[in-house]
Design a protein around this ligand. Structure first.
Ligand code: SF4
Length: 299
């Protein structure tokens, strides 16, 4: 069976397989560590293995490489990108800095290494509020996700936010109408959403937070609960395994990220067989991007 072959190859080659929660369950099952982008970046930095097989999208593998430049980090599906990360360029950041010279620039971890290198600090969906409060500047340029930016701005009213107009095409697909239909179909279920969803959806939810927060809420709730999950389908699939005593329903069937589903078991096996090149980044870009990531980790 290919999964057993992958496990023994990983052991023999002393490689760690990491998988994001949005990966398909067959990929999550062969991983040595599963987490959200922030958890996986921390795990990759602390891992003793010299080879990391990163089952996710490019910006995640880049973050792992930035934090562990001496390791070989392989993205098994090299064309798995993130459309939201691709919406903002280093030139955009430089232009925003010129327009708002006194503002701090804060980027969501869902951005390229080159963009991180131009920013002052990174954040994740779970740390964004804390990171914003930690900045001494009163004005913050937030990129690339305008929805997460609006969510943070509402919680940190003492700062003025300039939001870059980027968005996650997957989370943006859900609407207030989806919420109305889901509530009608599952009255009494708790609606938990990711802040990448549009603000009108977040406003109608019973709670909003990172992927890990949603997983924890469901896994630690009293058995027999009903939940409507407003984030990528991989999370609901995982909950069917990790919290079988709960009933979980997807807010919308459109919550599927095609890039996250690009990784196949064969790709992971090929990566372990040395058929896929490791992530390569310019060392100056890595140094500057690492500074942004480490500032976030210090908050
Ligand atoms: S779910 Fe959205 S933010 Fe995450 S990788 Fe897919 S497109 Fe990017």
């Amino acid at each position: 069976m290919i999964q057993d072959k992958i496990r023994s190859l990983a052991k023999r080659k002393d490689a760690l397989i990491l998988a994001h929660y949005y990966q398909t369950m067959d990929i999550q099952e062969i991983a040595g560590a599963v987490g959200d982008s922030f958890e996986l970046a921390k795990i990759s930095a602390a891992a003793p293995q010299k080879t990391l097989i990163f089952c996710g999208v490019r910006f995640m593998a880049e973050s792992a490489k930035i934090l562990s430049p001496d390791k070989c980090v392989i993205l098994p599906a090299p064309d798995a990108g993130c459309p939201m990360a691709d919406m903002v360029t280093p030139a955009d950041v430089r232009s925003l800095r010129r327009e708002h010279p006194g503002a701090a620039v804060m980027t969501y971890i869902n951005s390229s290494a080159a963009v991180k290198a131009e920013c002052d600090i990174c954040c994740t969906s779970s740390s964004a509020e804390r990171v914003a409060r930690s900045l001494r500047e009163d004005e913050i340029i937030f990129l690339p996700d305008q929805n997460l930016g609006a969510y943070v701005a509402a919680r940190v009213p003492e700062k003025r936010f300039i939001l870059f107009p980027g968005y996650c095409p997957v989370h943006r697909r859900v609407s207030a109408e989806d919420v109305r239909e889901a509530r009608l179909a599952r009255p009494g279920a708790r609606l938990l959403v990711h802040p990448e969803c549009p603000p009108e959806v977040v406003a109608l939810a019973d709670g909003a937070g990172s992927t890990s927060w949603i997983l924890n809420e469901v896994e630690n709730a009293p058995p027999g609960g009903q939940f409507i999950i407003g984030t990528e389908t991989g999370v609901a699939e995982r909950l069917r395994v990790t919290a079988p005593e709960q009933q979980c329903f997807l807010l919308s069937q459109s919550l599927l990220c095609p890039n996250m589903k690009k990784t196949k078991l064969q790709d992971v096996r090929d990566a372990l067989d040395g058929e896929t090149a490791g992530v390569e980044l310019d060392s100056a870009v890595m140094d500057a991007a690492r500074a942004s990531l480490l500032r976030m980790m210090a908050v």
